[in-house]
Ligand binder design. Sequence first.
Ligand SMILES: Nc1ncnc2c1ncn2[C@@H]1O[C@H](COP(=O)(O)OP(=O)(O)OP(=O)(O)O)[C@@H](O)[C@H]1O
Length: 253
Amino acid sequence: MVTNGVGLLEARQVWKSYVHRRRRLHVLRGIDFAIRTAEVACVIGPSGAGKSTLLRVMAGLERPDAGEVLLDGVPVVAGSPRLGVMFQSPLLLPWLRVWENVMFGARFLPSVETSREQALVVLERVRLHDLADQPVTQLSGGQAQRVALARALIRRPTFLLLDEPFNNLDMPTRRELGAAVRELALNDGVGVLLVTHDIDEALALGDRILVLAPEVGTFAREFAVPASAPARARLRDEILATLEALGTTAILT
Ligand SMILES: Nc1ncnc2c1ncn2[C@@H]1O[C@H](COP(=O)(O)OP(=O)(O)OP(=O)(O)O)[C@@H](O)[C@H]1O
């Protein structure tokens, strides 16, 4: 797959709050963060820490209150052809077949040829080309999430922003799709931001792991993931200790 160029997706002093029951909830407080192409950066943290908020802001789906998100120095816009986004739920259109759902990802993108053949090429990447003509209502959860990945990939994104996309899948499917995402970074140079609850998933897929601290609204720590298994096991303990120090053990495994 050829992506739409090299680049940097960068949050600069990003602040984001919501009004909840008449109180202002400050979720992100001055986040500085960048993802490069050809790497997988994982953001972990307990429920409510602001992981999804960060991902939506990075994708241009929500505007920060202050600060900015830049894609190669230019403010990011929602629907940028250089970004592919995936959520926990595949959000497929039930009245369209598999390949038509994939093509839906390329709507309004003149750079992408909108043909069944083109969809098949991408479906092959996620090993779903045999089901191209199926209605999506007949797919398993793992197959549906593969369609969602193909729909993101048809855009030839420079960056993939993934918000716990493997949560509802069984372990073998989860591992397989995780490996496919890792391959996209290694072989195709895609930059990946993966939000996950799962420390083991972050250790298996990430080059870097950032721990988002609840209430503090910034990253508590950032870790480079080492290659060797014993070093990763030590890092796992260190990340757990970090989470414990933040007063949050209600996460992970
Ligand atoms: N649109 C919104 N309006 C009001 N509050 C919101 C909104 N979106 C998120 N929040 C609040 O912001 C905080 C952070 O939410 P967010 O979904 O980003 O956390 P998270 O770390 O992704 O959590 P989880 O792991 O449970 O998905 C939560 O307290 C949530 O209730």
